[in-house]
Design a protein around this ligand. Structure first.
Ligand code: HEM
Length: 512
């Protein structure tokens, strides 16, 4: 047999083999789609290494690394990160199955080993299992603590804080000095949340808000390092690097501040001053004292709730504001269009405010598009309670489930030009009205979905939209060190910019 005949026959063999495999696979696929419930398959998973599992496949920007894995292995895969196993959901179809079809089964959050160092063990709301305590707290959030009437009562606080931000930027402007927008915007979101939560702020001489933010930042940093213990499995329990003790110290400091603020509230009897002045602490203390409350809240429950909302609400909102400014500054046409919209609706004699936002559809579209491209909570973390079938695969009870919101909102199957910043995609072509996306549209889920969805979304959107409008109405902007903001993504928990956002604000409208 000569060589060319050998090549031909082996090629023919592989050609026939490939045809058989394709045929066989498509048969499996057809049979799966018709009998998902009967013959569940094992979840697909990339090839892994001993001990470290899939850790070597991850880069510094985790949502992006997971998106790349999903592109290769599918929208539902299993990953092993050292000793920790999870499943990864990466498209709208599978997200719907997890968050809607099997909503109650996935209404739980994973419990991380590091929680044993938490002073408020058993009190955390975000990590609480789906049960009476979580249901009670969620109802309180929706009907009182973060309700639209409570947000309305604190509108003056948000206005004052935005004005304070503008004044600080005006000082930079008059001195021709650069400002670190990240720092300024985090101060803003932290002050707003502190004042709405417990009427405390770094306004004047009160340093509580500054200290609280420092502790929350430290908590996130040390907590992230401690979560490496998850990857170490049983070894994690030994707290080899001392992060557990550090975390305990941070929470103890937070506890002392909160206990003092709580006592001040009890002493002042804020409760008696009427509904209009009640902050979140007053409302929670009222429930704490209520002998008929459905769930008896403890002092730790209250303090843990505040730690939760500072962790969930400060950096997420600030980072979304930074991405908004970065995208707007890199797109001068969009900036000019936004400024023209504000001028047309607000005029040139007063400052834009919250009540203008419903009349500013382009502003709303910009913020929507920012949260699509740069979701500041890139994963929704859930856990299953029982075995179930998702997308034809068997998912066991207690499975940690990461819904990659970042990948879902950049999925080319769902979005045209998904990597480009195009606010117009959220505007109706005829009247330029904002397109209201259905809550059941799983292509767009920056705030998660359903019972476990984000209760702070209205507050976050209000703050982001009004602040962006004020920053664009009052200032021209020059980027430090070039014409474009560096859009590299960082590795932080809230998926912020890799480099600080340094700009020169140039005053173009003085609202004072
Ligand atoms: C741009 C800002 C924000 C983004 C992108 C964001 C996003 C998210 C996401 C994706 C979740 C998980 C949802 C799920 O599992 O389905 C979540 C949960 C949560 N968020 Fe937000 N959030 C933001 C701001 C806030 C603010 C301002 C607060 C409070 C003042 C807040 C409080 C919470 C709480 C308490 C939870 C846990 C809810 C539960 O487990 O039932 N968030 N958020």
């Amino acid at each position: 047999m000569d060589y060319s005949f050998y090549m031909f026959s082996s090629s023919l063999f592989f050609f026939i083999l490939t045809l058989i495999i394709i045929k066989f696979r498509s048969k499996i696929r057809t049979s799966n789609s018709s009998s998902d419930e009967i013959r569940p398959q094992q979840l697909p998973s990339p090839p892994s290494l001993p001990i470290i599992g899939h850790l070597h496949l991850l880069g510094s920007v985790i949502p992006k690394s997971f998106q790349a894995l999903a592109n290769l292995y599918g929208p539902l895969i299993q990953l092993r990160l050292g000793a920790s196993t999870c499943i990864l959901v990466s498209n709208a179809h599978v997200a719907r199955e997890v968050m809607k079809t099997h909503e109650l089964n996935f209404c739980y959050r994973p419990n991380f080993g590091s929680s044993e160092y938490f002073l408020y063990k058993g009190s955390y709301f975000i990590a609480a299992p789906y049960g009476p305590y979580w249901r009670f707290m969620k109802k309180l959030c929706v009907t009182q603590l973060l309700s639209s009437s409570q947000l309305g009562r604190f509108m003056h606080v948000r206005e004052q804080e935005i004005k304070k931000l503008l004044k600080s930027l005006m000082v930079c402007s008059s001195e021709g000095r650069e400002c670190d927008l990240g720092f300024e915007l985090t101060t803003l979101t932290n002050n707003i949340l502190c004042r709405m939560a417990m009427s405390t702020t770094c306004f004047d001489n009160n340093d509580d808000a500054v200290e609280i933010h420092g502790l929350v930042k430290e908590f996130l940093e040390v907590g992230a390092k401690l979560s490496i213990g998850e990857v170490l499995g049983p070894l994690g329990k030994f707290d080899l690097f001392g992060y557990g003790k550090k975390l305990a110290k941070v929470v103890a400091k937070f506890d002392r501040i909160l206990e003092r603020i709580m006592e001040e509230h009890e002493h002042d009897g804020g409760d008696d001053e009427g509904e209009t002045t009640l902050d979140m602490m007053d409302i929670l203390l009222r429930v704490y004292r209520d002998p008929n409350a459905q769930v008896k809240l403890t002092r730790n429950d209250i303090k843990a709730f505040f730690l939760d909302i500072f962790l969930a609400g400060t950096d997420t909102s600030s980072v979304a504001l930074q991405w908004s400014m970065a995208e707007i500054l890199n797109h001068p046409i969009i900036l000019n269009k936004l400024r023209a919209e504000i001028a047309a609706v607000v005029g040139s004699t007063r400052m834009v405010n919250e009540s203008d936002v419903p009349n500013l559809p382009y502003l709303q579209a910009i913020v929507k598009e920012v949260l699509r491209l740069h979701p500041t909570a890139p994963f929704a973390l859930r856990q299953s309670a029982q075995d179930c079938i998702i997308n034809g695969y068997e998912v066991k009870s207690q499975t940690r489930t990461l819904i990659n919101v970042y990948a879902i909102m950049r999925d080319p199957q769902s979005w045209d030009n998904p990597e480009n910043f195009i606010p117009e995609r959220f505007l109706e072509t005829t009247h330029n009205d904002i397109i209201k996306m259905s809550v059941n549209d799983f292509r767009y889920i920056p705030f998660g979905f359903g019972r476990r969805g984000c209760p702070g979304s209205s507050l976050a959107l209000t703050v982001i939209q009004t602040t962006i409008a004020a920053l664009i109405q009052c200032f021209d902007w020059k980027i430090k060190g070039g014409d474009r903001v560096n859009m590299e993504e960082g590795s932080s928990f809230s998926a912020g910019l890799a480099k600080p956002l340094l700009c020169y604000p140039i005053l173009c409208y003085n609202p004072f």
